[in-house]
Design a protein around this ligand. Structure first.
Ligand SMILES: Nc1ncnc2c1ncn2[C@@H]1O[C@H](COP(=O)(O)OP(=O)(O)OP(=O)(O)O)[C@@H](O)[C@H]1O
Ligand SMILES: [Mg+2]
Length: 415
């Protein structure tokens, strides 16, 4: 995919208020890109800067390698569907859609009806042209707004929370419709949303924004599985955080893999000679600091460690890969993140896991398909939230029930 939109060092001030801070962003042609973040973080402002409704205070906006500095909105290859989409209720559906052509004197009157019908077909409203706009459902009105933006066949469609006014069912339906439409027409979509699930479902890539800055930009899976900061992790789904201590760094092959080992007795971690040696060695040299060891192995490991040993409060030792941690892995205190669905409550008859410990159910939230438990575990500072699928035959535990909790090295993220 070729790069279509490039923002470099973009800053935007409203008076003294710094609404966009050093935004660097590249969006590829044909991409479904989302801007996700809490209310007031600057999503709409960023969209308006791309569309040209706002100038930048500093930095450049390029579209198709052309500097947009002096290009007004109607001469940019973008079209915007606004946060509060304005459909005129007293006009027909066709008149609403044709409104998108109002500034295009180059398009002949005779061609307009065909273009309107074509745009309505695109959003699944073929044949609705004569209907009064007030006689439409919320979802249909949303599609009229889309058709009005699509009629000019822009290269880039900017969508500012287009689905936020719809109920959950309709929103989910329209999400699928939008993905289909985007694939069908091949236009680049930039979607603004504060709904993390919506962003995960729809996007090729997501930029997570906080207070005018981009916190992380990645594909949905990377963003969810490998958030780079606690605030990104907390904004995208739920995560438990526990205090931990990195006690050893080693090269690959020296430590055991993080994969669960079948058949190990509950609560035991297979002994790992190399790591223990390394830990001892480092402690002797300089407790709690990176090794500057006097053996080849330790020197190599400290130079480019691939595996880390982490002692997690109440849970014990874990072996993890360095890509589960921020760059520049080092010994010392960390926060250990664990997603609720990567923890498990073990039910009657389930095989013991490599890592498991006893707990007591503190809170139960039943969602139908899932149950979220808060489980207290000895020496773990706060109850851990655990998400379990309500499979057939699996009981829903009650508050106070004793249970076994299992966890997996591979699911941990360090901050
Ligand atoms: N024209 C303006 N003048 C002054 N401040 C503004 C203006 N427009 C936006 N702001 C401020 O800039 C910040 C970012 O606003 P923006 O509308 O981009 O947020 P947003 O992320 O779209 O929020 P929401 O999710 O609530 O729509 C907010 O603090 C807002 O109050
Ligand atoms: Mg907004």
């Amino acid at each position: 995919m070729t790069d279509l939109i490039k923002l470099r060092g973009v800053n935007k001030y409203y008076g003294t208020y710094h609404a966009l801070r050093d935004i660097d962003l590249t969006i590829r042609a044909g991409e479904f890109f989302s801007l996700l973040g809490p209310s007031g973080c600057g999503k709409t402002t960023l969209l308006r800067v791309i569309a040209g409704f706002e100038g930048v205070s500093d930095g450049t906006v390029m579209i198709s390698d052309r500097d947009m500095a002096n290009v007004p909105p109607n001469q940019r290859p973008t079209n915007m569907v606004f946060q509060s989409y304005a459909i005129f209720p007293h006009l027909t559906v066709a008149e609403n859609v044709a409104f998108g052509l109002r500034k295009r004197s180059d398009i002949a009157k005779s061609a307009r009806a065909g273009l309107v019908e074509e745009a309505l077909e695109m959003v699944g409203l073929g044949g609705y042209g004569k209907r009064a706009a007030h006689a439409l459902s919320g979802g249909q009105r949303q599609r009229v707004a889309l058709a009005r933006a699509l009629i000019l066949k822009p290269k880039v469609l900017l969508l500012d929370e287009p689905l936020s006014a719809l109920d959950k069912k309709m929103r989910e339906h329209m999400q699928v419709e939008l993905i289909r439409l985007q694939r069908h027409v091949g236009i680049t979509f930039i979607l603004v949303t504060h709904d993390q699930e919506e962003a995960l479902v729809m996007s090729d890539r997501i930029a997570v924004m906080f207070a005018g800055e981009i916190g992380q930009m990645d594909d949905p899976e990377t963003l969810y599985r490998r958030p780079k900061s606690r605030r990104v992790a907390e904004f995208i789904g739920k995560m438990n955080f526990l205090p931990g201590q990195v006690t050893a760094l080693s090269a690959a092959g020296e430590a055991s893999s993080g994969a669960p080992l079948a058949g190990h007795a509950p609560g035991t971690v297979p002994p790992n000679r190399t790591n223990r040696l390394l830990t001892d060695l480092m402690d002797k040299i300089a407790p709690g600091t990176e090794a500057n060891a006097d053996t080849d192995t330790a020197e190599e490991a400290a130079a480019s460690p691939e595996v880390m040993t982490v002692d997690i409060a109440g849970l014990g030792a874990a072996q993890i890969s360095v890509d589960q941690a921020p760059e520049g892995a080092k010994l010392g205190e960390v926060a250990v993140g664990i997603r609720p669905e990567t923890l498990a409550i073990l039910f009657e008859g389930e095989m013991p896991k490599r890592h498991e410990c006893p707990g007591v159910v503190d809170e139960v939230v039943y969602y139908g398909d899932m149950t979220y438990y808060d489980v207290r575990i000895k020496d773990v500072p706060q109850p851990l939230t655990i998400a379990m699928k309500n499979l057939i035959g699996r009981p829903v535990l009650e508050v106070g029930a004793a249970c076994r909790v299992a966890w997996d090295d591979r699911a941990l993220v360090l901050f």
